[in-house]
Design a protein around this ligand. Structure first.
Ligand SMILES: C[S@@+](CC[C@H](N)C(=O)[O-])C[C@H]1O[C@@H](n2cnc3c(N)ncnc32)[C@H](O)[C@@H]1O
Length: 163
């Protein structure tokens, strides 16, 4: 699973998953997470959070808006964020919320962090997808892009930036 490749979190370099959804990625991340102090998940949908908490009872999954991600992280009392796995649907997020989230991601990047997201091949040139890549490229250089993952439905790339 490309999204979790080379993710090696610990208490001082935790993994922050944004838009945990049904936990399709979390299921794979779980094996890399050494203990409950090395992971924080944020998901907006109340029902999804309820079932995530049942599925991953040992992980800290918070119902909240990624717009407040710095506050949520601070409140969690967990360590520095070393990895961000971002599954947020930037296409459907209101512009100002998307921008606000990216600015907060910058704060984690300043402290040394790996940011990874995926973009569907069919949406690769959507304005919101380009905007995210430009935001990151301008600050952190060219992404490390995976080959097209055709096994994914729909096919997608993973994009990684590291500071
Ligand atoms: C593409 S899906 C997640 C895919 C995920 N890997 C899975 O296993 O389902 C995007 C998720 O982001 C959540 N989401 C959307 N906007 C959000 C926001 N502002 N803050 C937190 N989560 C959000 C949605 O509820 C949805 O579950």
């Amino acid at each position: 699973m490309k999204m979790v490749e080379n993710i090696v979190p610990d208490e001082n370099n935790i993994v922050l998953e944004l838009g945990v959804g049904t936990g399709a990625i979390t299921k794979f991340l779980q094996d890399a997470i050494p203990n409950e102090k090395s992971y924080l998940g944020i998901e907006l949908d109340r029902n999804l959070v309820k079932s995530l908490k049942e599925k991953f009872s040992e992980l800290k999954i918070v119902r909240g808006n990624a717009r407040d991600l710095e506050k949520i992280h601070q409140k969690s009392g967990l360590g520095k964020v070393g990895y961000i796995i971002c599954c947020l649907p930037f296409v459907s997020l209101p512009n100002e919320i998307g921008e606000h989230i990216l600015l907060q991601i910058d704060e984690f990047m300043k402290r040394g962090c790996t940011f990874r997201t995926f973009q569907y091949a069919h949406g690769y040139y959507f304005p919101s997808a380009i905007k995210l890549r430009e935001h990151m490229r301008y600050r952190y250089g060219k992404s490390k892009r995976s080959p097209l993952i055709v096994k994914n439905v729909p096919p997608a790339y993973t994009l990684t930036w590291k500071t």
